[in-house]
Structures are given as C-alpha cells and as structure tokens.
Write a protein that binds this ligand. Structure first.
Ligand code: RB5
Length: 149
C-alpha cells in the first residue's frame, strides 16, 4: 500500500521508526517530513499528507505529533479526508471498519512506540465494513460540498 507519513518535531522520531517498520512490511512509504528535531508547525505536515490522500497519490496517511490532536484537526480540513486520532487498537480497528478513516493521527508524547506500531498496523490491515456505514460516511462527505456544512 502507498502510505504518506508526516510529523512535527514532537513526532519525528516515531515517524522515522514507523517509516522503517512499514517499509520492512512491504509498504511504499512517502515521507513528507519533518526531518529533524527543529521546531516546526504541525499543520504544514498534516496538510501535505492529507492533500496526497485526498488526491489519491497516497492510499492512506499517518501523522504523528505530540498528542495527535493538532494533526487530526488540520488533516480534517482537507475535503475527502477522514482523519482519526487513535489511542488504542480498538479505535484503530473501528475507525476503519465504521468510519473508513483514511488518515491515522498518533500522539508520540502520550503513547509508547510499540503501541504506535500496533495502531499503524491495525489501521492499515483493517478493511471498511461498508453496509450501513456507507450511508453514514456518505452523509459526512456530503456535508463538505453542501453550502450549510
Ligand atoms: C508541539 O509542541 C505540539 O503542540 C504538537 O506536537 C501537537 O501535540 C499539537 O497538537
């Protein structure tokens, strides 16, 4: 699977680790930065990854910041993106099964690195269930194009 990765300074170490793990697992990883510990603004990386997912140049995105919250708020501003901040494997599974989430947001300051690996693996391996969830996801997507939101 083609995956776009992004992080700010708080998430860069975790993002680099995830990039290696995902490449080892056979995924095609596009690393959208950041590439060092210098303080940067998380929206720049969230938007870079989210735009790739929305355009279809990446199938999924994974974003890491201190909490995962800022990345999630920013990524969800891009039409077509359904970003989910997940803290445990059940959330990573359910955001795929029920919400067809296409971007995973993680908090490197609130979770252990091994948990981040597990969440990413679950997010990438879990299919969307469809069925009744199709209608609910469609309603969210319709809100992006309707004038009243
Ligand atoms: C950076 O200090 C921090 O605010 C950022 O990584 C993130 O947690 C924002 O939501």
């Amino acid at each position: 699977m083609k995956i776009a990765l992004g992080a700010d300074h708080a998430g860069v170490e975790a993002k680099d680790r995830l990039a290696s793990r995902l490449a080892e697992a056979g995924h095609e990883v596009e690393d959208c930065g950041t590439h060092g510990g210098e303080s940067v603004d998380y929206p720049d990386y969230a938007l870079a990854v989210a735009r790739r997912v929305a355009a279809g140049t990446a199938e999924r995105g994974i974003l890491v910041c201190g909490t995962g919250i800022g990345m999630c708020i920013a990524a969800n501003k891009v039409p077509g993106v359904r970003a989910a901040k997940c803290n445990d494997p059940a959330e990573a599974e359910l955001c795929r099964q029920h919400n067809d989430a296409n971007v995973l947001c993680l908090g490197a300051r609130v979770l252990d690195p091994t948990v981040l690996d597990e969440l990413a693996r679950t997010f990438l391996e879990t299919p969307f269930e469809g069925g009744r969830h199709e209608r609910r996801v469609a309603k969210m997507m319709d809100a992006e194009t309707s004038r009243s939101g």
